[in-house]
Structures are given as C-alpha cells and as structure tokens.
Design a protein around this ligand. Structure first.
Ligand code: GUN
Ligand code: ZN
Length: 436
C-alpha cells in the first residue's frame, strides 16, 4: 500500500462557474488535505480532519501553493515535437511543408520511443496528466506512446492516425491496413492500465471515402471508443473538403454520413461552423475542441468558446494545446490565449471558468469525469501543485492580489511550467523525478 497526505490550498470544481462569484461551483479549502492511497483519492477536506484519518501516511506539505486536479489536454500530436515553432504557413502548407515530412520519421520505432518519452516528460513538466493524442500513421508510434504512458501509469487517450491519400509516400496507409492496424492496436492496448484507444481518421482530406467507411465500421464495432479528427479549421481546408465530398451538405456532414458524430467524438478546431453544423454537433453530443495557440499561430480564426455554450442548442467544448500547430505544451499558456480569443469576440472568460475548463470541463468533454478532473473521493489521484509566485514577475504581481480569482488569473496569464511545483500521476509525484 502506498499512501501520501498532501497539504495545501485545495481547489476542485463541481460545475462550470458561470461567474466569478459562483461560489457553489467549486470546493476550496485554505488549509486542505488530500489523502491518496494506491493511486486513488481516499479523503479530502480540512487538513486536520483528513489528517485524523491518515494514520502515519507521510505528509507532503505544499503550503502555500494550490493543489488542483491535473490538467487535461484534449487534442495534441505526439509526433510534432519537432514541428512546433515552424515559421510562416497556413494549415495546408504547414502540413505539407513541415508536418508530413516530420511524421514520416516515425517509421523508425526507436525515434518514436525517444519522442514518446520526451513528450511524457514535457506534459508532466507542465502539469498535464491526461492527453487525447494523435500518434503518426505508423502502428509502432502508437506502441511507443502507449508503452511510455503505461510505464508511468498515465491515463491517456490516443490512436494511430488513419490517412490514405493527399499525403507523401511513407505516410499513407490503405483503407484496409488502417482498419487492420487499428483493430490490432485496440485489441492490444485498449483497457490496459489506464489506456484508452481513439479511432483517429486524421481529417476528411487525407482519407478516401473507403477509409471513412472503415472508420465508421470501427466505431460501430467499438461504440465505447473515442473518435478524434479535425473539423473546419481553415477556409482552404473547408473548400478542398467540399471538392472531395461533393455530396455532403457541409464539412460536418462528411463525418456524419460515416457515422462519426457522437458523445465520444472529438473534433479539433470547429472554427468556421454554420449554425446547421453546430446544431448537428449539439444534437449528437459531439465535442468541439478549442485550440487557441494553434488557431492564432496558423492564422486559422477565432473559436466561439462563449457562443457554443450559450446557443439554444449548446455544443460541448474542450480546450487543448494542439502542439505542434499549437505553440505551448502548457494548459496555462493555452488558457491565456483562450482568454484573448474570447476577448476579441467582446466577451470575458472568468478565471474560474478557465481552470474548470482545463480540469473538470475537459474531463466531462472526454466523458472521463467519473475518473479524473476533480479531487472527489474515489477518483484517480492525478494532481498538480501550482505556485502563483513562481517567477519574480509573478511574485511582484501577487503583492497586490487579494482574491483567489485574481491569483488564478495571474497563474493563467503569467504562468507556465515554472509555476508547476509538482505533478502527481496516480498518486506518485513525477515531476521531481524528471530532474532526479
Ligand atoms: N488537420 C489535419 N492534420 C492536422 C494537424 O496535424 N494539425 C492541425 N492543426 N490541423 C490538422
Ligand atoms: Zn490537430
């Protein structure tokens, strides 16, 4: 039995904070305790009360830092660690010039293992404990990533990208091999440790109708799995998709026709949706994933984070880094950019809502809120410890901060991996091991 008693200022959400003063939406304990045992949270509350139940469990004192559920990144590309920060292109050129050539390197299993290890190090450094990730088209890139995640006991969702056209040699499967490899990977990995498999057709442009049929078949055969793809990111992408699928009403309808909409379907970007498309996402319970740093970096457009929640038929929303189109592994940096995108549309994202989004909000969007995203008793002990005075500039700004909301906003606006003092995965402190 492994037990730890964490002490610090505890923050965990119950529901989406609709305003800064929505006190009922979160649990906050100034001198809090979280008792973790064998990877689960077994008690939470006032430190004295939790301590009374903790026997001689060793105490890790994080005061005055904040303890929150680990961050969740709902859309990221593992093979793009050496694509991030590639200059001067919009989506389709960026894919052809930088991304596809880089992803061809993942034919080499050893390269895949190296990047998988460095990727897991980097997300842990940034306080992210769960990702929904794309691997490359190569089966071995998925083996590499899941092997790494399993060895660290991380809850991850990932899949082999399916892509059988409009991509260079060495980066295409076929409708049949994409199906067969996906089947084999599901059989080998789904449910092992904390691993979830996601059926991953890259996007409509790189899949033939035959491959889209196969993706639909996989979802019918495995209805409990996630499905992840890209939707409505860039105007040229949308026009090309319409050319390739002339019978479809619009881009969303391409995926709908192959049975790919649903509560476990994650659609990256969703920037230029019509009302009809947003209704289709809403009615099917599909999730639109907001990738602010990527959408700004590639000049793709502004995601309507506030609008999706407020419309008569609300669309479920997640937030994500989308590295390497995205420019940071940090969910703090991501929500800083998200705030600015919302501001450009004349609205404000309240800091509690931002922290809800990276924790419980994303857990709900991934249908994993029974396991992760809160500090509720019985859930997995994935946590992050945050220090709002981590840098001199943050410490100086904190001198004038009077409320938790202001402190969270400093963390989000100025924070990055330096503000992450520790990351716990399944109850184990793993950030300190990176430098050990
Ligand atoms: N659309 C299809 N593939 C990709 C990708 O790798 N990144 C982004 N941002 N959009 C995509
Ligand atoms: Zn993406």
């Amino acid at each position: 039995m492994t037990e730890r008693l964490l002490r610090g200022r505890i923050l965990s959400f119950r529901s989406k904070p609709e305003a800064v003063d929505d006190r009922a939406s979160y649990f906050y304990e100034e001198d809090g305790g979280v008792l973790v045992r064998d990877g689960k949270i077994v008690a939470i509350g006032d430190f004295a009360a939790v301590s009374a139940k903790a026997g001689d469990a060793p105490v890790e004192d994080h005061r005055p830092n904040l303890i929150l559920p680990g961050f969740i990144d709902a859309h990221v590309h593992v093979p793009q660690m050496q694509v991030i920060a590639s200059y001067g292109a919009e989506l389709l050129d960026w894919l052809n010039t930088y991304t596809f050539p880089e992803e061809t390197k993942f034919i080499d299993a050893q390269h895949g293992r190296r990047i998988a290890r460095l990727f897991c190090d980097e997300i842990i450094r940034n306080g992210t404990t769960t990702v929904a990730a794309y691997c490359s088209v190569h089966r071995q890139s998925v083996d590499a990533f899941f092997t790494e995640a399993l060895s660290r006991d991380m809850l991850v969702i990932a899949g082999k990208v399916m892509m059988d056209r409009n991509a260079p040699d060495g980066l295409r499967d076929t409708a049949q091999s994409g199906y067969d490899d996906t089947k084999a990977l599901i059989a080998e990995w789904h449910g092992k440790g904390r691993i979830h498999y996601a059926v991953t057709p890259r996007f409509a442009i790189t899949s033939t109708p035959e491959q889209m049929e196969m993706a639909g078949a996989l979802m019918r055969e495995h209805p409990d799995l996630h499905m992840q793809t890209h939707l409505s990111e860039n105007k040229a992408e949308i026009a090309f998709t319409q050319e390739l699928y002339p019978a479809s009403k619009d881009y969303t309808d391409v995926y709908a026709r192959y049975g790919l909409l649903g509560p476990k379907a994650l659609f990256g970007h969703c920037i230029h949706l019509s009302d009809r498309e947003a209704d289709a996402l809403s009615e099917s319970g599909s999730v639109a994933v907001f990738c602010p740093t990527s959408n700004l970096f590639l000049g793709s457009g502004l995601f309507d984070w506030q609008g999706h929640a407020k419309r008569a038929k609300p669309v479920r929303v997640a937030a994500a880094t989308d590295v390497g189109g995205g420019t940071s592994y940090s969910m703090l940096r991501t929500m800083d950019e998200a705030y600015k995108v919302v501001a450009l549309q004349g609205e404000k994202m309240n800091p509690f809502a931002a922290f809800w989004q990276m924790t419980l909000g994303n857990a709900k969007a991934l249908s994993l809120d029974a396991r992760i995203g809160t500090l509720d008793v019985g859930t997995d002990a994935d946590l992050v410890v945050l220090d709002a005075k981590a840098t001199p500039a943050m410490a100086l700004r904190m001198e004038t901060v009077k409320s938790l909301a202001e402190e969270l906003f400093v963390l989000q606006t100025l924070g990055d991996d330096r503000a992450v003092r520790e990351t716990y995965v399944a109850g184990r402190p793993v950030k300190r091991e990176l430098t050990a």
